[in-house]
Design a protein around this ligand. Structure first.
Ligand SMILES: [Zn+2]
Length: 315
């Protein structure tokens, strides 16, 4: 699908070369304060694909919000050909409270396709699915690691569906992970409408990670170039590793974890990657990698219970 000269959002015609902000009403706060979902539209002068940039589906994942903000602020969200739709904060409610979920505890990314009269999460999902998704060709949804997990810059997509792997290749992040689509997720709901959305993960929640932010900005520009929306883009910072499978290293003992690896490194099979100690200086247990691979994620919370995730290894 190529955009014609006609592009309409919420009944408003947006012309080639025009920039517009469109607000969607979602629901009021208990204080009666109205909450809008601000959507920014940047139309190139020439026709081309429509790319959606979404961030903050999880309200505490601020690296993605910063990636989209920088693209807008620098003027780089404006394509030469085609259209960019940017929604820097999808979960406004979660963002206000520095929380992953909505105030009712619902995960927006498990509430699709949504419902006009359902929970707050379902109402936000409903607006995305009915007002935005029908107008796009492709999308990038920006996330970070949950809890205290830090993700090394990576694109997650389902290798078996549509143009996902091609889009990820254009983005050229350090890692591309094969990741099945989960029921009720934004990605799966969009896929059911025939639209490919790839997920970018970088850094951890509530912390800026400059490298992950820059990789997100540069990767978006490379994807725009690959789709013919812009003539130029920054070169990839390192070779992209395509990882078909991943596995977790979990804590065998409760205690304090001392990492001896960093996200982005490679590890050998049986390599010592850290240790778990008690807090009193009496015992130390080594932690080893079960398999060789790339460190795609690391838990920065040192205090662990048995079974907690330490690191995510991809191969
Ligand atoms: Zn997330």
């Amino acid at each position: 699908m190529e955009t014609t000269t006609h592009f309409e959002l919420k009944g408003r015609n947006i012309e080639p070369g025009e920039t517009a902000q469109v607000d969607y009403k979602i629901a009021r706060l208990p204080t009666h304060t109205p909450i809008d979902l601000p959507v920014y539209v940047y139309r190139g002068v020439k026709s081309g694909p429509v790319l959606l940039l979404t961030a903050g589906l999880h309200g505490n994942e601020i690296n993605g919000i910063e990636i989209v903000r920088r693209l807008i602020s620098s003027g780089q969200a404006v394509p030469e050909s085609g259209t960019v739709i940017a929604i820097p904060i999808v979960n406004v409610y979660g963002f206000l409270q520095s929380e992953r979920y909505l105030p009712d505890g619902k995960d927006l990314n498990r509430s699709f396709p949504g419902n006009k009269t359902g929970s707050l999460a379902q109402r936000v999902a409903n607006v995305l699915m009915n007002e935005i998704i029908p107008n796009i060709d492709y999308g990038i949804d920006f996330h970070t690691g949950g809890a205290s997990l830090s993700n090394f810059p990576q694109i997650r997509c389902d290798f078996e569906h549509g143009p996902n792997l091609d889009l990820a290749g254009m983005f050229a992040p350090p890692f591309i992970l094969n990741s099945r689509m989960i029921e009720k997720s934004f990605r799966k709901a969009a896929h059911k409408q025939g639209k490919s959305i790839i997920v970018y993960e970088g850094g951890e929640s509530l912390r800026f990670d400059e490298y992950a932010i820059q990789e997100g900005v540069d990767g978006t520009l490379r994807l725009m170039q690959g789709l013919g929306m812009n003539p130029e883009a920054p070169k990839a910072s390192r070779k992209t590793e395509i990882l078909k499978s991943t596995s977790w290293v979990r804590a065998r003992y409760a205690g304090i974890f001392h990492a001896e690896i960093e996200p982005g490194e490679t590890v050998r099979r049986n390599q010592r990657i850290g240790s778990i100690t008690d807090p009193y200086g009496e015992t130390t247990y080594p932690v080893k990698a079960k398999e060789a691979g790339h460190v795609i994620s690391l838990n920065y919370m040192p205090v662990l219970n048995a079974g907690d995730a330490i690191t995510h290894i991809g191969k």
